[in-house]
Design a protein around this ligand. Structure first.
Ligand code: MLT
Length: 411
């Protein structure tokens, strides 16, 4: 007799973006002629940088010849990519990272979701609220939480409201926690933590023997100088933090899949007998057991973004999306809506008009303006009454969406 992992039964309905897609598909079925503009899931619309395309073509040619063909690669990633990552993202900012502290993967969603496997199921997790749902859902699946309460919170999870009221800077937990998920720039609010705020978290983790799981997938979008691009810019973070990075939003790899995780060998946690163990070794064991490496062709494409040409092309794409962010932010502000984010991140977080519940606003926007966004409540209870729009759309579609909201939405 096979039994299921009943923790899955604790999860409500569909994964957030699957539910959004389901509702949009139902609307399209009923209104086949509707020109629906999708500013929901944060999926890029510009093609891969030309430097990546050229490198991937060359890699395909290598795969076509016996002398240059490659089979299994190193699970942790090829040196050419790891060295480029370290040089351009860390050494250049004065941060020391060694090659065996970087793990290349098929994207940071997988890593953010899988990292919890190397921690005890007795650990208490703390998440900012609202937040990228992967952190919470994967911990629910693993059995690290109780049931979902009527207040929309899972038992045993420490929620840290990250809202307009606290300037999107969550307060430190008032009870012991072991694993702290921070996302900066934050998805969905598009807001960031300053150097002083991040220092507070690193100090807290050091004092309380906690580990920070720092998702920096949107780091390339930071424009303001006081916002750290990496948690390792903060003194002491190398002892307490794991950092997740992605090529998806940085270089358009959402469909191509490539990301990486940095685990300094100095980050440790305890076994029940009190002995301390480096998390790097545990993750390395997991990675080599469950993963056979990111495709060589993809890693070549990723490494190409670090060439001078690649850097220019990536900067051009980011500037394009950030101009979309400006169009959305200013367009909605002009309508009298309260908007946040969009300065250091490609997400705009808005307060729904007349305090409409997020899913009601989702339906209203879809029906009246044929524009799709993501309901804030899907990111956590503190997201209720808020809504997220992505700046990753096509320029014309973004402008059209704002014009439609202005002309058709009954506020
Ligand atoms: C989002 O829309 O929040 C992201 O695209 C989801 C993801 O990166 O997996």
């Amino acid at each position: 007799m096979a039994y299921i992992n009943e923790n899955y039964l604790k999860l409500p309905g569909n994964y957030l973006f699957a539910e959004v897609a389901r509702r949009v598909a139902a609307y399209k079925d009923a209104h086949p002629d509707a020109d629906v503009i999708r500013l929901g899931i944060g999926d890029v619309t510009l093609p891969l940088p030309a430097a990546s395309i050229a490198a991937m073509h060359a890699a395909v040619d290598e795969m076509a010849k016996k002398e240059t063909f490659r089979g299994y690669g190193p699970e942790q990633g090829y040196d050419f990519l790891i060295d480029a990552i370290i040089e351009k993202n860390y050494t250049s900012r004065g941060i020391a990272v060694s090659p065996d502290e970087v793990f290349v993967s098929d994207g940071s969603k997988s890593d953010c979701g899988n990292i919890q496997e190397i921690f005890s199921t007795d650990d208490v997790i703390a998440i900012t609220d609202p937040v990228y749902p992967v952190y919470l859902d994967t911990n629910v699946m693993a059995g690290r939480t109780g049931a979902l309460g009527a207040d929309g919170r899972f038992e045993g999870v420490v929620y840290m409201p990250t809202t307009e009221e606290n300037g999107f800077a969550p307060a430190l937990p008032d009870q012991p926690v072991d694993m702290i998920y921070l996302c900066c720039p934050n998805n969905p609010t598009g807001t960031t933590l300053s150097r002083a705020e991040l220092t507070k978290w690193v100090d807290y983790a050091r004092k309380n023997d906690a580990v920070i799981l720092f998702d920096a997938a949107y780091a390339a979008y930071i424009t303001e100088p006081d916002v750290p691009r990496s948690i390792y810019e903060i003194e002491g973070a190398r002892d307490v933090a794991i950092e997740f990075r992605s090529f998806s939003k940085t270089a358009g790899f959402t469909g191509t899949r490539c990301g990486y995780t940095v685990i300094p060998k100095t980050v440790t946690a305890k076994a029940k007998d009190g002995s301390r163990h480096p998390l790097n070794a545990l993750w390395s064991r997991r990675h080599s057991t469950k993963f056979n490496g990111t495709a060589y062709i993809v890693q070549r494409g990723a490494a190409a973004i670090y060439t001078d040409e690649g850097q220019k092309q990536v900067a051009g794409n980011i500037a394009y999306y950030m101009e979309n962010a400006r169009i959305i932010r200013e367009g909605l502000s002009a309508l009298g809506l309260s908007v946040f984010g969009g300065v250091n991140a490609p997400y705009i977080w808005l307060k729904t008009p007349n305090d409409l519940p997020s899913w009601e606003f989702f339906d209203k926007l879809l029906h009246e303006a044929n524009v799709v966004g993501t309901p804030g409540a899907g990111f956590g209870p503190s997201g209720e009454g808020y809504f997220r729009l992505t700046a990753f759309g096509d320029r014309q579609a973004t402008e059209k969406a704002i014009a439609r909201i202005r002309e058709k939405l009954v506020l």
